[in-house]
Write a protein that binds this ligand. Structure first.
Ligand code: NAD
Length: 583
């Protein structure tokens, strides 16, 4: 077994160039200016190469304490971003790149008073914002769409530096924001226009339903898709007339701050989108204590706490949580397509994707032929840390994630599981690399049987009849995403309706549902509450308000009628309405 390791620049001899100072160049947020491309960073070979043997004992030099060291990103560039954090505490937290451990920036930390100030500013901005026309707001989303596509190179560079993911997986982030921005801009009136509803007395009761913005929405987001998870849920919130106070994950603040910068450049008022930073239990709780609605994306454990905090305040929340997603390969599946899809399903973003697959159920009849193809494709993957295209998988984000993955695989192996391929950390590629790993023989006593690994590890299971496969796919507490490979579309759709997951992709891993923004996306059971995308993804940020105008008659006896006579008239009226087919 061999994974093509592209330890590219990190293991190449370092070209120790001093980090270029771009403070005098007007190149937006760019850290390095080249003839062909403007990017944030120095070439990855320039500094902090992985030492021989690959381990990062002691880490790379810290520019705060070592004047010969340099940040991976130009400090002038990151300072322009970190200035957007509303923070007066004077405290900062250093973040380092998972690619090579190089320091990226010091992130200012927000106090409780800062969160309070963020809400004051956001509330002020929201009052004016709610008076702007829907068309104006939609036009800003379309400008954001263009900006994100035009500046995708620098967005992707920053995401790669911050998250360690492969470039092709970072591309999914501006792609998802562009899709979301365009969808909501183009459907704004469909969701938000005042609509007529049936009145109690036909012709005499006129009813209109208005959509009123909630006010200030708190958005708490994770690190795994740091640009899109920080932004995508906020776009419909803004369109619906709300302001946002956002708390991105501490490890990936810069990508989220770039999102805030792009919103402003697209025309959204600066104060409409506040960003605060700090530990989840403090800053997240401070947001929940003040918001009018909370949109949370993260683990099920934290989601439970968020739901409790919102329940105390009687505010709404949507919770996009974890999963242990099943992929079913039916006996009539196109096995090449299924194997190709399974690789993306399991190993995109090194498996750190809420909708990625960790359980693979394969029909007995095709098991061996499918597994052969799946393993071959997995072993042909190129792993590495690079800003360039070409790698199929990058790094995990942190030591914590690596520890979880190692623990899940070691536990499974100790209890009798077999590693079909992978199963090893790869410090030669970067501090947190782990091979794409396929397991067989995973049983319920093993941690990775039912618990989300959130890493590049998938377990293979055989099934004989499809009802059994569906029952096993539905086992456990989660219900986020599923995938079915079959050449019989109707049969696959029938099985999909029996699967207790918020999204089911047929002959695709997750992109078909995730990219179809008109359809809701979210989890059943412990995978979440509420939905992003589609109507549900925007209406959650509004209160419905019914306005009924009554003419000619009133809902009380008229013209000297007794209460009894009034009841009789109303009863006759009800019977008539039913006969007429009225709802
Ligand atoms: P996490 O729950 O640890 O953190 C998510 C966010 O919550 C972070 O911003 C964190 O700072 C904040 N937070 C932590 N404690 C908090 C508290 N007590 N109160 C308020 N906020 C708090 O999750 P994670 O490990 O960063 O993210 C990975 C998880 O997210 C996985 O389970 C994954 O499946 C899930 N996820 C789900 C979706 C989805 O759409 N369903 C998308 C991405 C990630």
């Amino acid at each position: 077994m061999s994974f093509t390791a592209q330890a590219v620049n990190l293991s190449a001899p370092p070209a120790l160039t001093k980090h270029p100072d771009v403070s005098n160049l007007s190149v937006g947020y760019s850290g390095v200016v080249s003839e062909t491309r403007v990017t944030y960073s120095r070439p990855m070979s320039a500094q902090h190469p992985s030492p021989a043997g690959g381990s990062f004992v002691g880490g790379p030099p810290d520019p705060e304490h070592d004047p010969t060291a340099s940040y991976a990103l130009a400090p002038s560039v990151t300072a322009a971003l970190t200035r957007r954090v509303l923070a007066t505490s004077g405290e900062t937290v250093e973040v380092r790149s998972p690619l090579d451990g190089a320091p990226l920036a010091h992130i200012p930390q927000s106090s409780d008073a800062d969160v309070e100030e963020a809400f004051v500013r956001a509330r002020r901005a929201q009052v004016l914002w709610a008076r702007t026309s829907l068309d104006e707001r939609a036009a800003m989303l379309l400008r954001l769409h263009d900006l994100v596509l035009d500046r995708q190179d620098e967005i992707i560079d920053l995401i790669v530096w911050e998250s360690g993911k492969a470039r092709k997986h970072a591309f999914d982030e501006p792609l998802h924001i562009a899709l979301t921005a365009r969808y909501y801009a183009r459907t704004a009136h469909r969701h938000l226009d005042t609509r007529r509803a049936l009145g109690v007395v036909p012709g005499l009761t006129r009813v209109e339903v208005n959509r009123i913005p909630k006010g200030v929405v708190g958005i708490i987001s994770p690190w795994n898709y740091p640009f899109t998870m920080a932004l995508c849920d906020g776009l419909p919130a803004l369109l619906a007339g709300n302001a946002v106070v956002a708390k991105p994950d501490a490890q990936t603040m810069l990508s989220a701050l770039l999102g805030a910068e792009l919103l402003e450049q697209a025309g959204f008022p600066r104060d409409l989108w506040q960003v605060v930073a700090g530990p989840g239990p403090q800053v997240g709780t401070a947001i929940i204590g003040r918001a009018d609605y909370v949109c949370f994306t993260g683990s099920t454990a934290t989601g439970r706490l968020v739901a409790q905090g919102c329940a105390d305040r009687l505010i709404g929340c949507s919770l996009e949580l974890g999963g242990k997603n099943p992929l079913l390969v039916l006996r009539d599946a196109d096995l090449e397509k299924a194997a190709e899809g399974a690789v993306r399903a399991a190993f995109s973003n090194a498996g750190q994707l809420c909708v990625s697959m960790e359980r693979l159920f394969v029909a007995d009849q095709v098991y061996d032929r499918f597994v052969e193809r799946f393993v071959a494709r997995t072993e042909a993957m190129t792993l590495g840390s690079s800003l360039d295209w070409g790698n199929d998988m990058g790094s995990l984000i942190s030591q914590d994630q690596l520890d979880t993955v190692v623990a899940h695989v070691e536990d499974a192996v100790a209890k009798g599981a077999r590693v079909v391929t992978g199963g090893k950390a790869r410090p030669d590629l970067g501090p947190y690399f782990y091979e794409p790993t396929i397991l067989e023989g995973v049983t319920p006593d093993m941690t990775c049987f039912g618990r989300e690994t959130f890493g590049p590890v998938i377990a293979l299971y055989r099934f004989h009849d499809e009802a059994d496969a569906v029952a096993r796919a539905n086992a456990g507490e989660y219900g986020l995403n599923a995938s079915i490979y079959s050449q019989d579309g109707a049969r696959a759709r029938e099985l999909a309706s029996q699967i207790r997951c918020g999204t089911v992709n047929i002959n695709e891993a997750f992109g078909a549902t995730f990219g179809s923004i008109d359809s809701p996306m979210g989890g059943m059971r412990e995978s979440g509450m509420g939905r992003r995308q589609g109507s549900e993804g925007i209406l959650r940020y509004t209160e419905s308000q019914s306005v009924a105008t009554q003419r000619l008659i009133r809902f009380a006896p008229m013209l000297g009628m007794s209460d009894e006579a009034y009841a009789k008239v109303m009863t006759a009226n009800l019977r008539l309405m039913k006969k007429l087919g009225r709802a």
